[in-house]
Each structure stands twice: as C-alpha cells, then as structure tokens.
Write a protein that binds this ligand. Structure first.
Ligand code: PLP
Length: 362
C-alpha cells in the first residue's frame, strides 16, 4: 500500500529512524537495562518540561492521564475551561468520573483568558481546574503564563494543564509556571506513534493525591512518583515507545530546543502565509493562533474563500499526503494542517506545492 504522509494534527508522521529505534530487543521492566533507559531520559524530560520534579511515563494515550488527574486530585469541584472539542470533553469526563464540575465555556476559536478564570475561582468553590494550552480542534492557544499567574491568588486550587499539541514545539516551564500537572501524549509534537504519555506533578498535587482514597491504581500519581524514584513505572510500560522517546529526545537536544521552537514558529508561519495568500482567514481569534497547526476557515467567517473541503482533502491525498477536514462541529467549515514534529521549511514548502495544486481542483 502506498505510504500516505500524515499532516493531520495527530498522530503525525513518524520517521524511519524512530521506528528503527523502537525495534530494539525486548528487556525486562524491572531490570537494570530499563532503569538505565529511564534514568538516561529523565534529565532530558526534566529539561524539556522545565522542572526538577520527576517526569512520569504513562502507557496510555493522553486521556488516561487527563482522566487520572481528576481521579487523583478533584475532591471538591473542578472548573473545566472549555473552548473546543478536547477541552469540552474534559467536562464530560469529569462527570463520568462522578466529580462535581462546572463548565467555563467560551466560543470555539476564542482563547480562555485569565480574567474569566479569576472570576470563577473567586467563588471559592473549586479545588482543581483543567486547561488545554493548545486546543487542537480549533488551532487556538490560550495565554498559559497569564493563567498560571493566578496560582499566586489561588494557591490551593490545583491547575491541571494539557499541553498535548504544544509540548516540544513551544517553550513550557513547569516549575516557573507553578502549575500542578502538565501532560502530553507522544503522537503529536513528539512525532512518536500513539500509545505513550508523559507528565509531571507538583509536590502539592502529589500530597493531595496521597489523601484521595478512590484514586484508582493504573493512574495513581503516588505510584508513579514512588516508581519513578527507582527509574521504573507502576506497571509494564510500552518499552518500544520509550526507546523511541529516547531517540527522539536525543534529536531534540542535538537540534537545540530553541532552534526546535523557532523551526515550529517558522513552518507554522509558512502555512498561515499560504492561507492568507489564497484568500482564506484563520478560525482562531487573532493573536491566539496555534504554532503547531493551522485551522483554516472555509468561508465560515466573513470575507473568506469557500472551497469543497472534501474535494480539496482528496486532491491532497492523491498526492500522498493526509490533511484534516475539520473536527467535530466545525468539520467542513474548517480544515486543519499540522506542522508538528519533524517538519522543516523544506517539507512544508513541498506540502504547499501540493496544496496549491489541490486548490485548483476544489
Ligand atoms: C489529541 C489530543 C488529546 C487526546 O489525546 P489522546 O491521545 O486521543 O488521548 C487531548 N488533548 C489535546 C489538546 C489533543 O490535541
């Protein structure tokens, strides 16, 4: 079957070098070989996340840790900051876990702003909040530093932050932000296959989790901490993924994190420029656009160009590349193209050539 390169916003394209790194001979997860592997990547992960806390490896997709965070930390009420498909779903997940939850909903495409959160936290009802840094369904990034600064006013509220589609592409400094949980799945900007998540917790989050009796086992944060101290995971992890992660981290540091962030900014700008050059507007509110994907309006907002998204997507796929035709309720009225992972100005330039050809057919 012909290879179709992924430019959807996750999973993204995985390099042959990464697959090769993953196909290492199997080792036992309680042996020295595994401990050495985890101990080797631990400081790399800590640098990447900007933390002195231990970084944990969860054999699950991001949702495992997103649900786990609620089960470990919410005993009073969670404030779910909602601005798109993933952040909206976190509210449903909270209710499915039997938690008291309140929806702080803004229109899709708008960011969540610190003042909106401040007004709700001021009620004193909440012990936790969930926030998605980069809402992948709408390509909208919320101002994380300004929101995290609210921790000074509400030190007892635990801030749970999903950086699934921003981690490794933009700087994230967990300790400086002062937040309580930071998590990501590896199939987005890490450019690994789906199936592994990385996360870290503040001392306050670990202390709270230790008091929560029904926090479960598989995502028990206290177990993750206890095991990570010995360079192990609570249960048998996806060892091939962790070999892949190790190779990926070596690539990140060989390139340099600053250069990596600059590359994502540059490739993202190329896609934004392509959209505006062709008469399209972007879905997110100006000033809050993602740096890891573009979510392009298909005439949904005034003045924008209108195409047949399905035909456009097919004409791109006929050239060997998959883009996304819009997520959830904005399917067809938007389309999304990812620049996450290993993409370079050269690969994005070649993608743009294909997009231009496809536009003539849509
Ligand atoms: C993809 C994504 C998720 C869900 O990840 P899974 O790997 O499907 O669990 C959550 N949050 C954001 C922001 C995402 O982009």
């Amino acid at each position: 079957m012909a290879h179709v390169k992924l430019h959807i916003p996750g999973p993204v394209e995985v390099s042959p070098a990464t697959f090769q790194a993953m196909s290492h001979a199997m080792i036992g997860h309680r042996g020295q070989g595994f401990k050495d592997l985890y101990a080797k990547i631990q400081p790399q992960l800590q640098t990447l996340l900007g933390t002195k806390q231990l970084v944990y490896l969860s054999t699950s997709s991001a949702w495992g840790v997103m649900e786990g965070a609620l089960r470990n930390l919410t005993t009073k009420k969670v404030l779910n900051c909602m601005k798109g498909a993933f952040s909206d779903k976190w509210f449903d997940v909270a209710k499915k876990c039997g938690k008291e939850a309140e929806a702080l909903q803004v229109p899709w495409g708008s960011p969540i702003l610190a003042e909106q959160i401040d007004a709700r936290l001021a009620t004193g009802q909440f012990d936790t909040l969930t926030l998605i840094h980069n809402e992948t369904s709408t390509g909208t990034m919320s101002p994380l530093a300004e929101i995290a600064a609210l921790k000074q006013k509400y030190p007892d509220v635990l801030f749970i932050v999903d950086a699934v589609s921003s981690m490794t592409a933009v700087p994230l400094s967990f300790d400086a932000l002062g937040i309580d949980v930071l998590l990501a799945g590896t199939q987005k900007a890490f450019a690994l296959p789906p199936g592994l998540a990385v996360f870290t917790c503040s001392p306050a989050a670990l202390a709270k989790a230790a008091t929560v009796k029904d926090r479960g086992y598989y995502f028990d944060f206290v177990e993750f901490e206890k095991n990570a101290k010995e360079s192990m995971t609570p249960s048998t992890p996806a060892i091939p993924h962790i070999y892949g992660l190790s190779a990926k981290l070596d690539e990140f540091f060989a390139e340099g994190l600053e250069a990596r962030y600059a590359r994502h900014t540059q490739t993202n700008q190329m896609l934004k420029d392509w959209a505006s050059r062709n008469g399209f507007t972007l879905f997110p509110e100006a000033g809050y656009e993602s740096k890891t994907l573009v979510c392009v309006n298909n005439g949904a907002k005034a003045g924008g160009r209108v195409i047949d998204v399905a035909k456009f997507q097919k004409a791109v796929k006929d050239q060997g590349v998959l883009i996304d035709g819009g997520y959830g309720k904005i399917k067809g009225t938007t389309f999304r193209i990812s620049n996450m992972g290993d993409e370079t100005p050269a690969t994005i330039q070649s993608l743009i050539g294909m997009l231009d050809i496809a536009l003539t057919k849509a």
